[in-house]
Ligand binder design. Structure first.
Ligand SMILES: [Cu+2]
Length: 268
């Protein structure tokens, strides 16, 4: 009798373990809210629109009157190397310096530890060419003229828009010295040769892993050093390039724009 009871207990206990494993799996697939914060700065200082004069590497003074950019296609890599891609329909964000609330990209991720963050600066070609019914919210092409991020004449999104004043910029017909960087181009429509979509991949290990847990909300706090839009791998001289939209030079500014981001810390 004894010898028949023991295998029975073993069977029961192994069933018990299976049930336990199942529960663990459900817990780890649970989606919890998290945010990525895009904190725009210039050098080591806070960015202030209009009121503070900055100086680029070429020694040119400038103020910033408008700054807004698209972040999309967010994914996170766990410490075990697996990647979680945020579903496309919840992965487009327009960061606008004039509206502080927009500095947060909000989405959900499975519970776990994450060591790197990936996103693109801009709007991918697939979404750029999708039917307008699938391009709602921040992607709505009918957004206001001044603040707008869509070129109706060119049928594409402006990925990164930065405008301001600089005495070094040539005077326009009204006598104002303005600079304008409107960087876009997904590689199609009227400018098939220009692809200004840029990938960013940030290692979070040195400044803080994400520990996504039930009942908590992690925040990956990034800095975006906007000085690098002019002082990046290409040093921009406003006297020569005060108005950059399409054209080969826009790709150099796009490179600079992708170099502004760094991870400062994570709140878990
Ligand atoms: Cu923070």
């Amino acid at each position: 009798m004894r010898f028949t009871i023991i295998p029975c207990l073993l069977l029961l206990s192994s069933l018990g373990f299976t049930g336990c494993k199942k529960d663990t799996t459900i817990t780890s697939n649970e989606l919890v809210p998290m945010t990525v914060e895009f904190d725009n700065i210039v050098g080591g200082q806070n960015l202030f629109l209009n009121t503070v004069t900055y100086k680029n590497k070429m020694g040119e003074d400038y103020t910033i009157s408008r700054l807004q950019y698209f972040i999309s296609n967010i994914s996170l890599v766990k410490t075990d190397g697996t990647e979680y891609i945020v579903p496309a329909d919840s992965s487009y964000f327009l960061i606008r310096e004039a509206e502080p609330e927009t500095r947060f990209a909000r989405f959900r991720v499975p519970v776990g530890d994450y060591q790197s963050l990936k996103f693109i600066v801009g709007v991918d070609s697939l979404r750029s060419t999708m039917d307008v019914s699938r391009r709602t919210g921040v992607l709505d092409p009918t957004g206001g003229m001044e603040d707008g991020m869509y070129w109706s004449w060119n049928s594409g999104y402006i990925f990164f828009k930065m405008e301001g004043d600089s005495p070094s910029a040539p005077a326009d017909p009204s006598g104002n010295h303005k600079f304008r960087f409107h960087i876009g181009g997904f590689g199609g429509y009227s400018a098939p040769g220009i692809n200004n979509i840029r990938n960013v991949n940030l290692d979070l290990r040195a400044s803080g892993l994400v520990q996504a847990r039930t009942g908590r909300k992690s925040n990956i706090h990034l800095m975006a050093d906007i000085a690098k839009v002019m002082d990046g791998s290409t040093t921009v001289r406003l006297a020569e390039n005060a108005s950059v939209m399409f054209g080969d030079y826009s790709s150099k500014i796009a490179d600079n724009c992708s170099q502004v981001f760094f991870h400062d810390h994570t709140e878990n």
